[in-house]
Design a protein around this ligand. Structure first.
Ligand SMILES: NC(=O)c1ccc[n+]([C@@H]2O[C@H](COP(=O)([O-])OP(=O)(O)OC[C@H]3O[C@@H](n4cnc5c(N)ncnc54)[C@H](OP(=O)(O)O)[C@@H]3O)[C@@H](O)[C@H]2O)c1
Length: 171
């Protein structure tokens, strides 16, 4: 498969949507992932056949597995994973559930996707979006700041693991 393919999570708005537009202009095939089907379908109308919308909640590991299996069955193997979907909320009061919910999307939503693909395409690039708050936490956002710091720290460590996996799989 010659065409360059990018899987973008959080493609229904903001940074993910903008990147989808840019890549398609640059002749990439883009798999756009988000929960809001209607936003993705509208984008499909605009971007055409090089945009494949998939409704998926990245906070649910079975959704990640199903969407990954679907792509593998179609032999759609992304070269680039732009794992951008993220959420955060202002915390009026401290609650563990806010942390769990935020981590399920911002942290495990990324980690689960990598697990699905890392051994399937050893040459793929995985890009994630952390935040400045990973370095300088802001008030009333402890869950969001912690999730972005965890992501940053995980990738700093994982970078060397991923290189090792890729090297050990190369001929
Ligand atoms: N904008 C900034 O200044 C800034 C700064 C630092 C970091 N970031 C990070 O950059 C990323 C994109 O931010 P943005 O500003 O473009 O925000 P945005 O416009 O709110 O976009 C967030 C995207 O994530 C998707 N999303 C959220 N939860 C999801 C879930 N459970 N499953 C699947 N998709 C989900 C949303 O789609 P649906 O609602 O349709 O699911 C949406 O497409 C985030 O990770 C954010 O934390 C942004």
């Amino acid at each position: 498969m010659d065409r360059k393919t990018c899987l973008i999570t959080g493609a229904s708005s903001g940074i993910g949507e903008s990147l989808a537009r840019l890549l398609i202009k640059d002749r990439w095939f883009v798999v756009g992932i988000a929960r809001r089907t209607e936003k993705l379908e509208k984008l499909k109308e605009e971007l055409g056949s090089n945009f494949l919308p998939i409704t998926c909640d990245v906070s649910k590991s079975e959704n990640i597995k199903n969407s990954s299996d679907f792509l593998k069955k179609q032999n759609i193997i992304p070269n680039l994973f732009f794992l951008n979907a993220g959420c955060g909320e202002i915390e009026d009061k401290f609650h563990t559930n806010i942390h769990r919910k935020t981590f399920e999307t911002n942290y495990f939503g990324v980690i689960n996707r990598i697990e699905e693909w890392i051994h399937h395409n050893s040459l793929a690039t995985f890009a994630v979006i952390s935040s400045l708050v990973a370095m300088h936490a802001t008030p009333h956002a402890s869950a969001y700041c912690a999730s972005k710091a965890a992501l940053k720290s995980c990738f700093q460590s994982l970078k060397s693991n991923i290189l090792t996996v890729a090297q050990s799989l190369s001929p």
